[in-house]
Design a protein around this ligand. Structure first.
Ligand SMILES: Cc1cc2nc3c(=O)[nH]c(=O)nc-3n(C[C@H](O)[C@H](O)[C@H](O)COP(=O)(O)OP(=O)(O)OC[C@H]3O[C@@H](n4cnc5c(N)ncnc54)[C@H](O)[C@@H]3O)c2cc1C
Length: 585
């Protein structure tokens, strides 16, 4: 009897062990969600027992270029370590956090606890020599850097791009990508007459309070259309063929819009072109200083992944295209105390003015450094630019908490920003209707931003002005009075209050949208002094041999204030000139 009981207990234990064993090796796929930069990220995580075997992204709206290393590198690290305790990808922090949160959500739902595995970090190290020799080294992979590298390579030079972030693109990537080009093909198609190089030059000089260098602004105005055609024909960038923007301070609708309404179209196509020309791009490679021999710049000292020192010799030239310093609070306040940490920034984390600092160390002259631009319509919580609010260029109005307009909506950015800061609470509301969205088409182009703002209670949609006012605690009677005036002015074509230069649009019919916004640091106008060939000048106005620069780190184009759509025209025009000039050496 005892023996029988013994075998029964043994059998029960074996069944239990077997079940336990098989359940710990059970395969299951569970979904999880987390919040990325542009809304939720949904993943499907496949587990075997308590190990992650695979992660598949099911739904997401993140920037294609910036999210790539998250969905590949971060995924590989999480799977290899069997842990979500991993470092975020620099420059893609919000996307990384959203992705990790989504995986954590799936882990929680699976009811398991991950046992972390130690892996050797050396296995994934790419082979980069300690010393690398090129004719031309381009520092920075935004639009300016790509344009320069492509031209230099096509001139027959051995070229490399070094980029400190894990992904290419800089501010160019996250920009609206809109680009001014007077006399462009879309103006012709839309029947917009009268625009000219002279008018564009005049607007740009006036927009910057005549502090841009006239000779350089002439080069910009003369070449902007050619630069746009180069992007269209040589780089195969697709521009929308029946829509243009008229940014503040411009006399005409002259800004071309890339498909998707962002710089992703530009950077993706520039990157493809660079790859087709076999231009190596070293990412995670931060330029630390310039090498100078007998007064001539001959290379760059860089650091790979913040650890390994790497030298890039440049037989002919170094071209700096490292962008502005909008994300560097210390540098901002060094040149203008106003722009301290109270201001968030629309810019990428890499926009820290490194090129300006490095060039200064070899004697470069700086100009216009105190001119720092805020973008008037940015997210009050994150500082991110609101591209959804580009409806402003097609008739959206700005009101304060009292429901009153306070500025012309097509004024320069600095003027609007200052006016907003003077309003109660230092914020504004932007109002538009479906009619205006039908012209600007931003709701479809920036759906992720739309959903995010609604979720964050920064944007409301309503059928009537009364409901709209109540959503944001504006006095409905005051807002109705403002809208009635706007409708009258739209009818007569005469905005008696603020002289809207493009003419107001009727807001008689809903549905309506109201978005809360604040100014955020956006562009740094100051920087290096360059000549017509983009050679960097020293404090004695002499050329620093071997050193060229183009893009936002230069200070001679935009004066005190950059007009919308002028940066892309600037970086492509002068990036190309830098590559062509250095390509002749
Ligand atoms: C949200 C947003 C929207 C915008 N929209 C528009 C628009 O629609 N139209 C317009 O005309 N302008 C727009 N702008 C402005 C415009 O995008 C920028 O001025 C322009 O793209 C700058 O180009 P760049 O090539 O000079 O620099 P960036 O594109 O910023 O590229 C610089 C690159 O250099 C890298 N780098 C920096 N330091 C180092 C270092 N030490 N070593 C190696 N690499 C380094 C950076 O990481 C970056 O990748 C916008 C800007 C923002 C932020």
């Amino acid at each position: 009897m005892k023996k029988r009981w013994g075998s029964i207990i043994l059998a029960i234990i074996s069944i239990f062990l077997l079940t336990a064993c098989s359940s710990s090796n059970k395969s299951q796929t569970i979904t999880g969600t987390g919040n990325g930069k542009h809304g939720s990220i949904k993943v499907a995580v496949t587990f075997k027992g308590d190990s992650i075997k695979n992660i598949k992204v099911l739904e997401q709206n993140e920037n294609k270029v910036l999210s790539k290393p998250v969905y590949k590198q971060l995924k590989d690290t999480i799977v290899a370590k069997n842990s979500t305790g991993v470092d975020v990808i620099s420059g893609s922090t919000a996307t990384s956090k959203g992705y990790i949160a989504a995986v954590n959500d799936a882990v929680k739902k699976a009811g398991i606890s991950l046992k972390a595995v130690k892996i050797k970090s050396s296995s994934a190290k790419p082979k980069i020599a300690k010393t690398n020799n090129y004719d031309i080294v381009v520092v920075g992979s935004g639009g300016g850097g790509f344009a320069a590298a492509i031209e230099a390579k096509q001139a027959g030079k051995k070229v490399a791009i070094i980029e400190k972030m894990p992904t290419v693109g800089g501010n160019t990537l996250i920009s609206g990508g809109e680009m001014n080009a007077p006399g462009n093909w879309v103006q012709k198609k839309l029947g917009i007459k009268g625009d000219s190089v002279a008018s564009y030059y005049k607007d740009t000089m006036k927009g910057g309070d005549n502090l841009g260098d006239p000779e350089m602004v002439h080069i910009l105005a003369n070449n902007a259309l050619g630069s746009a055609k180069w992007l269209r024909d040589d780089i195969h960038v697709k521009f929308i063929n029946d829509q243009l923007f008229q940014f503040g301070g411009h006399s005409y609708k002259r800004a071309l819009i890339p498909v998707g309404h962002t710089g992703q179209e530009l950077v993706t196509k520039l990157n493809t072109k660079a790859k087709s020309l076999n231009i190596p791009i070293y990412v995670n490679m931060k330029a630390k200083s310039l090498i100078q021999k007998d007064g001539r710049v001959t290379g760059v000292k860089a650091q790979y992944q913040g650890k390994r020192n790497i030298t890039f010799n440049a037989k002919k030239a170094v071209i700096l295209t490292t962008g502005g310093f909008g994300s560097n609070v210390k540098m901002r306040t060094k040149y203008n105390k106003e722009f301290d940490q109270r201001y968030k920034s629309t810019d990428t984390a890499g926009t820290t003015g490194d090129g300006i600092t490095m060039a200064q160390q070899v004697g470069a002259k700086l100009t216009n450094m105190k001119y720092i631009q805020t973008y008037p319509i940015a997210n009050p919580k994150t500082g991110m630019i609101s591209l959804l609010a580009d409806t402003r260029f097609d008739g959206a109005i700005l009101v304060n908490q009292n429901g009153q307009r306070f500025v012309e909506e097509l004024e320069r950015r600095d003027v609007i920003s200052k006016a907003i800061l003077k309003q109660p609470g230092s914020y504004t509301y932007q109002i538009w209707n479906d009619k205006i969205d039908g012209i600007s088409k931003t709701k479809a182009a920036h759906k992720a931003e739309y959903d995010e703002l609604i979720k964050e209670h920064l944007l409301y949609k309503a059928d009537t002005i009364n409901e709209l006012a109540k959503d944001v605690n504006i006095d409905p009677a005051a807002l109705s009075a403002t809208i009635t005036k706007v409708n009258q002015y739209a009818k007569t074509g005469n905005d008696k209050d603020f002289h809207h230069r493009a003419g107001l649009v009727s807001l008689a019919k809903g549905p309506y949208y109201i978005e809360k916004a604040v100014p955020s640091v956006h562009h740094t106008m100051g920087g290096l002094v360059i000549n017509k060939q983009t050679q960097v000048l020293n404090t004695d106005d002499q050329v620093i041999l071997g050193l060229y620069a183009a893009g936002e780190l230069t200070g001679v184009i935009q004066g005190s204030n950059r007009l919308g759509g002028n940066a892309i025209a600037d970086i492509i025009t002068f990036g190309r000139i830098a590559g062509q000039s250095a390509g002749k050496l």
